[in-house]
Design a protein around this ligand. Structure first.
Ligand code: HEM
Length: 114
């Protein structure tokens, strides 16, 4: 069970890399559209995050922080909606695009500092 948790956690970090890396690289290209790495990363984060929110493979005495997980889920669903529903647009607003990057950074911050 611990191995399985580690595998899902590993995928969670890859999803984070795809989401943030995909967003920043796309932003720097100057063409503000949703790419496959962003969309895939957003899906991976919600799926792997929900699995990690289940209490399996934890160290003895280790507890999950449900308040933190609820905030992360809401933010991750916002990111997913903002990428999924704009995925076919040739160009999205700069504010929309920067909000996606900002929300990814917020969720990583919540994961690490809360
Ligand atoms: C954009 C979305 C997300 C980002 C950027 C993100 C980022 C991260 C990062 C950087 C970590 C490692 C740091 C740490 O262990 O505290 C982490 C761990 C974790 N995340 Fe997320 N996360 C996202 C979505 C979610 C969602 C939706 C959930 C569940 C509702 C979730 C649940 C967890 C859990 C339970 C861990 C701890 C893993 C463990 O130690 O077993 N995450 N996340």
């Amino acid at each position: 069970m611990e191995i399985l948790r580690n595998v899902v956690f590993y995928l969670h970090l890859i999803g984070f890399a795809l989401l943030l890396g995909g967003s920043v690289a796309q932003y720097l290209s100057g063409k503000l559209r949703i790419n496959a790495a962003m969309l895939g990363g957003a899906v991976i984060q919600v799926v792997t995050g929900l699995i990690l929110a289940a209490p399996f493979g934890l160290d003895p005495g280790e507890k999950l922080n449900h308040g933190k997980l609820a905030v992360k889920l809401v933010v991750a669903l916002m990111i997913l909606a903002m990428t999924f529903f704009s995925r076919k647009r040739e160009k999205v607003n700069r504010g929309h695009f920067l909000a996606i990057i900002g929300l990814v950074l917020v969720n990583a911050g919540v994961a690490v500092f809360w």
